[in-house]
Design a protein around this ligand. Structure first.
Ligand code: BG6
Length: 521
């Protein structure tokens, strides 16, 4: 990770925090020192160029960074897809998608015109062995002239074949790199096969396995919070922490992705990658540096220390659910089966897991993970629930709430530390639980870039810190495979939950059995 990441989170000056503490609430947001360091000219080939990801994320992200001046017209974007379109038709499609999905962003026609000049389109059916790839080769510059990025925004079963196609066409230059979209496979075996296939063409340090959660500002802030402050680290273990919750709740359903989703489910779609990455960043040891390998080495140690979930334990430590129809923000929404057009399906749209890390730091601290679609609201957060004080001096009638640190990742990005304080006024020593509340909205004016913007530029810069190494992905599959096998062998029920609620009641019961509740903030 570059220092640029942490620079963007400059704390207020000491004058602000000490002399002017009382005025903090009315103080203007901190002006950002954020700046865009130009990258070398590059050419990026986007396979799956007409797909959802290209329309919603990749093209808008490249456009934004072009507008921000991070790269110039010396760079080139070549979209590849099976369908035949002229270059202009493709551009019209991308512009319409930009207007639809990035509606809060300002897109000046003049800037779009300049951007459009560096975008090209070529139709290739990559699954057709007889397909002619020369159209792609012709559009690229001399090998080694520019950084070359191949972005595979397509089903992972095609990754290895596309890499072989690139090699056979002679377009893999010494400064080429490949970006693999998640999910990488459907289990350990398929992930390994993909890694082997891609590895025949690209060396490990040329392979960028994307987990877009790692590109989110607030996820990178986990490193700043944990390793940029002395406060937390001494308490960051089973000596002071009771449990941890990691939640990624979505109010959306499966949308138009039913075919993919029904073969995947929440465990593969969200837990194997995003939630486990959050778990790693929250619980890993302090890395020697923020270099890619130092961070990734610490993450893999956590994954290796995860207690395997067995058929004997699975019923107690996992809950799977599927949404039925319900209401979200007063709108009625359909059930999962109607959304995917099936009469029956046991695919989970919700999963809750009690994970345990078997090492000295975390022994005895449950890490509760949960994610679901069609939940009451969109909310991703990490809750660090501290232990109660060992002895209360306030008397039996005073209830003390244990401290809690809430890291809200999205939306309403914030860090909230709940403390006990004395309520002012007469009438004895009364305690109140209140938060130190650091919201991004109050403190920063900078535009939050979409995670893909940063990740795309990191690929061009050759910075692997925010991408997953092969061993990480495979280890995460190992752990997830055992859960899939356990569900299968025990026939674990898929609990139904109405859309617009916080998942199945069984997930509440799982915590209640441990004498705990999911945090409400
Ligand atoms: C994707 C999943 O990786 O992440 C989707 O495939 C999910 O199912 C999405 O909706 C959530 O991402 P975000 O950034 O909206 O939290």
């Amino acid at each position: 990770m570059t220092v640029e990441t942490l620079d963007e989170m400059n704390p207020p000056s000491s004058r602000d925090s000490i002399e002017d503490a009382g005025a903090a609430r009315s103080a203007p947001p901190i002006s950002s020192a954020s700046s865009f360091v130009p990258v070398d000219p590059f050419e990026i080939v986007v396979f799956g160029g007409t797909g959802d990801l290209a329309r919603r994320k990749l093209m808008p992200s490249l456009f934004h960074r072009f507008c921000d001046g991070q790269f110039s017209s010396d760079s080139k974007i070549i979209a590849v897809s099976r369908s035949k379109h002229s270059r202009q038709e493709y551009l019209d499609m991308m512009r319409a998608a930009y207007d639809k999905y990035s509606k809060d962003d300002v897109c000046a026609d003049k800037e779009w015109e300049a951007f459009a000049k560096i975008v090209d389109y070529v139709a290739i059916d990559v699954m057709d062995v007889k397909a002619n790839w020369t159209g792609l080769a012709e559009r690229l510059s001399q090998p080694d002239e520019k950084i070359r990025v191949f972005y595979l925004a397509m089903p992972p079963r095609m990754f290895a074949d596309v890499c072989r196609g690139l090699k056979a066409t002679g377009v893999v230059s010494s400064n080429s790199r490949v970006v693999l979209e998640k999910p990488l496979g459907t289990d350990y075996k398929s992930a390994r096969a993909i890694n082997e296939g891609v590895g025949e063409v690209f060396a490990e340090d040329r392979i960028y396995r994307i987990d877009h959660y790692l590109g989110k500002e607030t996820v990178q802030n986990l490193l700043a919070l944990r390793f940029g402050n002395i406060l937390f680290e001494p308490l960051w273990s089973n000596s002071a922490i009771d449990h941890i919750e990691i939640t990624a709740a979505e109010s959306i359903g499966v949308g138009g992705r039913g075919a993919y989703y029904d073969g995947s489910g929440a465990l593969r779609d969200m837990v194997q990658n995003h939630l486990l990455q959050l778990l790693c960043l929250t619980t890993m040891e302090t890395p020697a540096s923020l270099s890619a390998d130092d961070v990734r080495t610490e993450k893999i140690k956590v994954l290796r220390a995860l207690r395997p979930i067995t058929p004997e334990s699975i019923g107690h430590v996992t809950v799977r659910g599927q949404y039925t129809r319900g209401h979200i923000e007063n709108e009625s929404v359909t059930d999962y089966l109607s959304d995917v057009g099936l009469d029956r399906s046991s695919t989970e749209t919700y999963v809750a897991i009690k994970a345990s890390i078997e090492n000295w730091r975390w022994a005895g601290v449950p890490i509760y993970l949960r994610t679901g679609k069609r939940m009451a609201s969109r909310r991703s957060e990490i809750v660090i629930q501290f232990k109660s004080v060992p002895h209360s001096v306030f008397g039996a009638e005073t209830h003390l709430n244990a401290n809690r640190l809430v890291i809200r990742l999205q939306p309403d990005e914030a860090v909230r530390l709940w403390l006990e304080i004395k309520e002012p006024g007469a009438g004895g020593l009364r305690l109140k639980t209140l938060p130190l509340n650091l919201t991004y909205a109050d403190n920063f004016t900078v535009r939050y870039p979409d995670a893909y913007e940063r990740l795309l530029m990191d690929v061009v810069r050759g910075n692997l810190s925010l991408f997953m190494r092969r061993d990480e992905v495979e280890q995460a599959w190992h752990w997830v495979d055992a859960i899939l096998a356990g569900w299968d062998s025990t026939n674990q029920r898929v609990e139904l939950y109405p859309a617009g609620e916080d998942g199945p009641l069984e997930a509440e019961d799982m915590l209640k059995a441990d004498g705990r509740n999911w945090s409400k903030d």
